[in-house]
Every structure is written in C-alpha cells, then in structure tokens.
Design a binder for this molecule. Structure first.
Ligand code: FE2
Length: 415
C-alpha cells in the first residue's frame, strides 16, 4: 500500500489523498470530490471520509509492572499503599523474561489501539537495574510496532534510597532516554528539592528529557512543581521537561495557584494527567466532600500550557483495569475534568495526540506533513466529537508506510 484516499484531516476542511514512499509521506493532495472506492487493491486504502490522524500516543505508562494484578494477591482496598504492598510481593517473582514478555504483551495492546509512541517509566531503585536492562532490549525488539522512550524512574526515591544517585546515573549511562524523579516521596522536603536539582543537572549534562512524578498526592503542601518549574525556567529547558500527575494542584488554593501559573508559563514545561488512575487512587483520605484528585487540566490548557492524558497502569497492583485504549482515558478525563463543553469536544483528540507528542518532544518525527514518517491512523468517525460520542476506535494503523493493525467493527442489525 502506498496511498490513502477520501481522508478527513483534523484542522483542515474537505477530503484529502495521502501518498507515501520509502516510509515517508510524499504528497498530501486536497480532493475536489469523493473519489470512487478503488477495486480491491493492495495499493490504496479508502478512508471513506473518516479521520486520518498521526498515531495516538501513550506518554505515561509503567510497562515493568503491567499485567501483574492479582499475582499473587489482589489489591482488595484499591489504595496506593496496598498497591505498594502487593507489588512488593510480586517483585520477588520478577525475572528478565517475565518483564520482557509482559512489556511486549502490553505493547501489543497499545498498538492494537493505534498507539505508536510510548513513554514508559521503569523502576531503577533496584541495585541490579534488572527491569531497565530488560526494557532496553524491549525498546529495540518492539520497533516494528512502537517507538519507546524509557524513563529512569526512582520509585523509592533518589535521596532516600541507598545509592539512589548512582543508580540514576548508571541508568542514564545504560541508555535511558528520560530522567525521572519522585520528589514528594523523598523522606524530607529538603531531599525532595535536592532530588529535583540532581535530576535536572543529570538530564542537562547528558542531553536527556525529563519527566518527574511530581506532587502525586492530595497534600496541598506538596509543592515540588514550583521547584521543578523554576529550575526549568532558569536552564531554559521547558521544551524538554514534563511534570506528571501534579495532583496536589487540585488541592492548592487559588491564591497560590495564581502565583504558580505565572511561573509555569515562564518555564514552559508540559503536563501529563492520568485521570483514571488518579481518580482511583487519590481522595482516599477524604470522607465527603471527596476530591477528584486530578491536576487542573482545563486551567493549564486555557493558560496555553501543554497538557495531555495518559493511562499510567494496565492491570497492575495499583489499577486493575485497562486494555491499552487511550481513547477510553480521553473519555474519562474529559468527564472528570469538566471538559465536555462544545469547544473542547471539537478538538479533544489534541489531548491524546499533538499535546502528548509535544510532551515527548517527538518534533519532526510526528505529524501529517510531507517528509515526515508515514505513520497514520484511520479512525472510525469523521470528527473528534463523533469519535468520542460513538466511543469509536482506531481501525487501521500504518507505520513507516506499512499496515501494522486492522480492526473490523462489529455490525448491529435491529429488527
Ligand atoms: Fe506513573
């Protein structure tokens, strides 16, 4: 196959034909009319007036823990803390092959839903860095389906875990693409602050991206985002830095947020919200009223800050559901964040495509433009709104010009 006809493109009116050669988009042509469906041919795909977009993106997931829920015990309370206990039990069973096979299985779930770009956090608070070494192999082995960015993620802290700094440094030397952090989990506020300075310096010296689990708590006094943003501003690294979760922002008062947003805009960093995971894990110390436990997604968006949605977990000790479908997360996120207004519905795919690509700094490797990779996804609807309303799907996924996924929708006939 080397062309696609009758495609609708986001932000442009009318129908388009796309051609590609050697894995790169070679032509984007506006059609004056609907072209007749081709004879059955392997060369042309008829989009039938449906949306064709660049691939869906999963910018925050934990592939090293995926598909372990219930092994050996289920998280019965559903809390973050029991999740940590259950993971400690499962961790004793982890092997190199176990990590790799679960990661590959999960990547196939993601690819089956039109995702071709994935950022996974990998726990490096392990003296042997076993999960990281397994994931570095997976990154190469999975190239036919996805591009994988690996975050060196210090689950148990950088400053408050033995040799935490050395493990982070070694993870980067071994090939981690992104430097992570978890300042709110460090033992003291001072350690949280110094961990941010350490990780930003490590990333700058080794030319890596940054994605920090930042203020993932309902505690309104957890204020490491201001530290991350200030270091980002001073070093001019905004395009390369992401703050994940920032759920404490949902509990900050408005006076503090007003000051904070001024800094966030100066810093220009990106944000990732994991709405299904956060509404499940946060709010656990509340009776009623019960907080939603999410960051301020619409407010960040209205302030022209880059914000996107992610899955975080798929069937692990912290979150028992998930099937790889980021459109399910978009649906939930828009509901939870009060974002079902008309204007948001018209462009809601931004939060699982372009915004996520910006957070991952995919740059020229992403988007429907001549000369860029022929990575294209045909959706089952003609617009963002209709896709959301109908709970639509990715029907075809094309990667470097080759079809890697086709989905056939079920048919319903009413009498
Ligand atoms: Fe996470």
């Amino acid at each position: 196959m080397n062309q696609l006809i009758n495609a609708r493109l986001r932000g442009r009116s009318g129908l388009f034909s796309l051609r590609w050669a050697d894995g790169l988009i070679s032509a984007i042509t506006a059609q004056t009319d609907t072209l007749p469906a081709p004879e059955i041919t392997n060369a042309t795909l008829d989009a039938g007036g449906k949306l064709v977009i660049p691939p869906l993106v999963e910018p925050h997931i934990h592939l090293d823990a995926a598909l372990t829920a219930g092994e050996p015990h289920w998280n019965l309370s559903g809390t973050l803390f029991e999740g940590i206990e259950r993971w400690a039990e499962r961790k004793t069973l982890v092997t190199h092959e176990d990590t790799k096979s679960r990661a590959h299985h999960t990547i196939r779930l993601l690819a089956a839903h039109g995702i071709q770009h994935v950022r996974t956090h990998v726990d490096v608070t392990d003296p042997g860095l076993g999960a990281l070494k397994a994931m570095l192999e997976v990154r190469d082995e999975a190239r036919a389906l996805i591009d994988l960015q690996i975050v060196a993620f210090p689950q148990e802290g950088i400053e408050s875990f033995a040799n935490g700094r050395a493990l982070m440094t070694e993870a980067v030397a071994l090939g981690a693409d992104v430097v992570g952090g978890i300042p709110h989990f460090e033992n003291t506020r001072d350690q949280g602050v110094s961990s941010v300075h350490f990780l930003m310096d490590l990333a700058e010296r080794h030319n890596r991206l940054v994605d920090v689990h930042c203020d993932e708590t309902d505690d309104p006094n957890s204020r490491f985002l201001e530290v991350l943003a200030e270091v980002t501003r001073v070093h001019g690294m905004g395009a390369r830095v992401t703050a994940s979760h920032t759920t404490a922002m949902g509990s900050y008062d408005n006076a503090y947020c007003s000051k904070l947003f001024r800094l966030l805009k100066q810093a220009g960093l990106s944000f990732i919200s994991c709405p299904t995971e956060s509404i499940h894990l946060q709010g656990r110390f509340d009776s009623y009223p019960k907080r939603r436990g999410l960051t301020r997604v619409p407010e960040l968006d209205r302030a022209d800050l880059n914000v996107c949605f992610a899955q975080d977990s798929i069937v692990d000790p912290w979150y028992p559901l998930g099937n790889g479908n980021i459109l399910r997360i978009l649906d939930a996120g828009l509901h939870i964040c009060h974002m079902l207004g008309f204007d948001d519905l018209q462009r809601c795919l931004d939060f699982v495509t372009d915004h996520s690509a910006q957070a991952m700094a995919l740059d020229e490797g992403y988007g429907i433009e001549v000369g860029r990779p022929a990575n294209l996804v045909l959706l089952s609807a003609e617009s963002d709104y209709e896709l959301l309303r109908t709970q639509g799907h990715a029907l075809v996924s094309i990667r470097h010009g080759k079809v890697i996924m086709r989905r056939t929708m079920g048919e319903v006939v009413l009498a």
